[in-house]
Design a protein around this ligand. Structure first.
Ligand code: ADP
Length: 554
C-alpha cells in the first residue's frame, strides 16, 4: 500500500516553490537605503569636492522621483542625460529606472549629427544636461522637436552658458520642494531600464536597451571574485564615463555591494587630478581604458607619487599593451583586463589567472589576454568565411558570438538585424582565438581583419608590431583592395616628433620582417600627422578607409 501511494505522488506534476522575486534595480536601491546609508558618495567639482552619504542620495532620489512624476514622466519614457560623472547624474541613474522610465545616457563626444540621430532614434522626451554641456545641445538647436523639457544640472555659483534653447528648468529648483518619500511602482523585471548607443566605431550608433533583469544580473556577475571582485570595503574611482557602455556597471555594483563611489565629474586628462582624488579618497579600485592607465603611469613615474591603497585597476575597451601592464605592476597597481562592449552590459570576460597558471610568466601572459569567460556568458567562435564553429585550440580564430542574460537580443528600432543569429547569439564583430581552458585573445575586429590571398592578416597584431618600433608614435593598419590578393595591408604611421624627418618605409618594413610573416608586410607605409579617432578615442578605421588613396600597385 505504502509503495503504491508513493508512486501516485511521484507521478503528479510538481511545481517549483521559490518566490518569483523580481530582479529589478529596486532591490539594489533597497540595499543602498537600508544597509549602506552612511557610506559616502564623492564628486570632484571644479572647486573642491561634493560629498554626501547614501542616505542623502536616497532622499534626493525620492525628491527627484516626485519631480519627474510631476513633469509627466511615464513608464517607458526616455529620459536623456548629457552629463559627466557626478552625483546628480547618479541620482538620475536611480530615479528614472525606478519609476519605470528609461535612462538614456548620451555621449557628448558624438558628432552633432550623430547626437541628433541618437536623441531622435531613442525618442527622448526629456533631457537633463550638465550646465557645462549646454553648448553641445545648443549645436542641435532647432533639431530637437521631440524633446519637451530640458533640465540643467548646475551648482549655485555656476553660470549656464549662453543659449537659445528656450526655457531651461533648474534641477535644484525642480526637486527643492518635493517630499523625501516616494512609492516606486512595481516594474516588470523585463522592462527597459536604460539605453545606451554604441559609439559607432564600425557604423552608425545603435541603441542598446538594458532591462532591469539584465542590470541586476550583470551587477551580480561583475561583483564576483573571479570578475571585478567588488566588496563593501572598496572605494571605486572610475575614469570611465557614466554616458558610455553602462559605465561598466560600476554605479550599480557600488550600490549593491556598499562600496564607496568616487566620481571625477569632468575628465580633464590631467593625470594628477586622478591621482589627487584616488589619494584623498583612499581609492582601492580604479577603472579606465588603456590610454587613461598610460596617462596614470606617466604621471606616477614623473611625479614619484604612489597609490598604495589601490588593489587593482579595471582596464578594457582596447587591448592592454604589455609595457603598460608591466609598468603598472612595478608601481604596485595590477591592471585587471576585461573585454566586452555596449551590447554586453559590458562585461563578458575578465583576465584573472587560475589554479592552472603556476609560474609568474604564465600568470602574466594570461593577464594580457582578454580573459576568462564569465559565469552568465556563453561564447563561441565561428569561421569568418563559413560561419562554422571553430575549435578552442588557442590557434584557430574567428568571430566571437556571445549569449546570456545581459547580452543584447536586438538593437532599438530593429537596426542592423544581421548582428543577431537565428539561434540566439550576438555577433560581436570581434575576432578572437580561445584557449582550451576558456581564455580569449582578441585578434581583430571582423571589419578590420585583412583578407589576403585566402589568408587573414590581423590589423591589430600588425599595428602592435609597428608600434614596437622606437621611432613610431602611433600606427593604424587597414586593408585596401588588390586585384590579385583581394586585399593588402597598408600602414598609416605617425612618427615620434624627433623622427619626423628620418623614419622611412624601409625602416618599418625592415623592423617588421623579423617579427611577422613575409606576406604580412604592408604593401605601403603612409606617414601621417595623426590617426583619426572616434568619439571614444579608438582608431577610426572607417574614416581611414573612406579617405584612403587606392594602392599604387592596384
Ligand atoms: P564601439 O563598438 O562602438 O567601439 P564599445 O565601447 O562598446 O563601442 O566598444 C566595444 C569594443 O571595444 C569591442 O567590441 C572590442 O572591439 C573593443 N574592446 C573592448 N575591450 C577590449 C579589450 N580588452 N581588448 C581589445 N579590445 C577591446
Amino acid at each position: 500500500m505504502t509503495s503504491l501511494a508513493n508512486n501516485v505522488s511521484l507521478s503528479r506534476p510538481i511545481e517549483g516553490l521559490m518566490q518569483d522575486y523580481p530582479l529589478t534595480l529596486h532591490h539594489i536601491f533597497w540595499r543602498v537605503e537600508k544597509l549602506f546609508g552612511p557610506k559616502e558618495v564623492v564628486t570632484r567639482r571644479e572647486r573642491g569636492v561634493h560629498r554626501y552619504t547614501n542616505a542623502d542620495l536616497v532622499k534626493r532620489v525620492y525628491r527627484l522621483a516626485n519631480a519627474l512624476r510631476g513633469m509627466g514622466v511615464r513608464p517607458g519614457d526616455r529620459v536623456g542625460t548629457l552629463a559627466w560623472n557626478n552625483y546628480r547624474h547618479l541620482e538620475l541613474y536611480w530615479a528614472v529606472p525606478l519609476l519605470g522610465a528609461v535612462l538614456h545616457t548620451l555621449n557628448m563626444r558624438l558628432f552633432a549629427s550623430q547626437l541628433e540621430f541618437v536623441i531622435r532614434d531613442g525618442g527622448d522626451r526629456f533631457i537633463f544636461v550638465d550646465a557645462s554641456l549646454v553648448p553641445v545641445l545648443q549645436n542641435l538647436q532647432g533639431r530637437l522637436e521631440g524633446v519637451e523639457r530640458i533640465v540643467v544640472l548646475s551648482d549655485d555659483d555656476e553660470v549656464v552658458p549662453q543659449h537659445t534653447l528656450g526655457e531651461l528648468i533648474d534641477y535644484e529648483s525642480l526637486i527643492a520642494g518635493e517630499p523625501e518619500a516616494f512609492e516606486f511602482p512595481e516594474v516588470d523585471e523585463r522592462a527597459p531600464a536604460a539605453m545606451c548607443y554604441t559609439s559607432g566605431t564600425t557604423g552608425n550608433p545603435k541603441g542598446v536597451v538594458y532591462t532591469h533583469r539584465s542590470q541586476f544580473l550583470h551587477t551580480m556577475g561583475a561583483m564576483q571574485v573571479g570578475s571585478m571582485g567588488i566588496t563593501e570595503a572598496d572605494v571605486i574611482l572610475p575614469a570611465v564615463p557614466m554616458f558610455h557602455a553602462n559605465c561598466w556597471g560600476l554605479p550599480y555594483a557600488a550600490g549593491m555591494s556598499g562600496a564607496k563611489l568616487v566620481m571625477l565629474d569632468r575628465w580633464v586628462g590631467d593625470g594628477n587630478v586622478f591621482v589627487d582624488m584616488a589619494e584623498a579618497e583612499q581609492a582601492t579600485i580604479l577603472g579606465g581604458v588603456p590610454t587613461i592607465a598610460m596617462n596614470l603611469l606617466t604621471t606616477l613615474r614623473s611625479t614619484g607619487r604612489r597609490l598604495p591603497r589601490v588593489r587593482r585597476m579595471l582596464c578594457g575597451g582596447s587591448a592592454i599593451p604589455e609595457n603598460l601592464m608591466r609598468g603598472m605592476d612595478e608601481l604596485g597597481i595590477p591592471l585587471l583586463h576585461a573585454w566586452g562592449m555596449t551590447e554586453t552590459s559590458p562585461v563578458c570576460t575578465v583576465a584573472q589567472p587560475n589554479s592552472q597558471h603556476l609560474t609568474e610568466s604564465e600568470r602574466f601572459r594570461v593577464r594580457l589576454t582578454q580573459g576568462f569567460i564569465q559565469p552568465g556568458v556563453e561564447l563561441r567562435i565561428v569561421d569568418l568565411a563559413t560561419g562554422e564553429p571553430l575549435p578552442w585550440d588557442g590557434e584557430a580564430f574567428g568571430e566571437v558570438h556571445v549569449r546570456g542574460p545581459w547580452i543584447a537580443s536586438g538593437y532599438h528600432n530593429g537596426a542592423d538585424p544581421d548582428r543577431f543569429t537565428a539561434d540566439g547569439w550576438l555577433r560581436t564583430g570581434d575576432v578572437a582565438k580561445v584557449s582550451p581552458d576558456g581564455f580569449i585573445t582578441l585578434v581583430d575586429r571582423a571589419k578590420d581583419v585583412i583578407k589576403s590571398g585566402g589568408e587573414w592578416v590581423s590589423s591589430v597584431d600588425l599595428e602592435n608590431a609597428i608600434m614596437g618600433h622606437p621611432g613610431v608614435a602611433e600606427a593604424a593598419v587597414i586593408g585596401l583592395s588588390h586585384p590579385v590578393w583581394q586585399e593588402r595591408p597598408v600602414a598609416y604611421v605617425v612618427p615620434r616628433p624627433e623622427h619626423r624627418d628620418d623614419l622611412t618605409a624601409d625602416d618599418i618594413r625592415g623592423f617588421l620582417s623579423a617579427r611577422v610573416a613575409k606576406w604580412w608586410l604592408p604593401d605601403e607605409v603612409r606617414f601621417v600627422d595623426e590617426v583619426p579617432k572616434t568619439s571614444v578615442g579608438k582608431f577610426d578605421k572607417k574614416a581611414l578607409r573612406a579617405n584612403a588613396a587606392p594602392l599604387t600597385s592596384a
